[in-house]
Design a protein around this ligand. Sequence first.
Ligand SMILES: [Cu+2]
Length: 150
Amino acid sequence: MNMKIRLFIAFIFLQLPLLASANVITVSDAWIRSAPPNAPVLGAFMQLRNNSNSDVKLISANAQGYGRVEIHQSSEDNGVMRMQKQDFAPVAAHQSLNFKPGGWHIMLIRPTKVPTTGAHVPIQLTFDNAPLQTIDFVVKQSNVKTHHHH
Ligand SMILES: [Cu+2]
């Protein structure tokens, strides 16, 4: 093998870990708002960052131990917070979408058991245009008050 080819092969192998870590979508600040033990629903929040040149949609979220998991968006209607199920959450190319109380959230419906503060809940995120990711959401207290009306 000549030197040029050897260097080329070494170069490719050095790049592999970098390529593997460059996710299309970066998920950060993943947390679930703590709730009383009898809570019928829990809200999960996160920041989605699209590192690619293409628009990406979050098309579903799944977690074990819940009757159903949905993508929701809250909005204010005459001073009352309301939320609606969404078919997807759009993350435009090179943009971020922030899931936060009072806005976009993942709704964990009918928990078998409400997780306690500090617990980790894995949630699987499915995208139309990016690999599936399973993210650890940490249960935290929040002093932001929002009232949900279905
Ligand atoms: Cu909701």
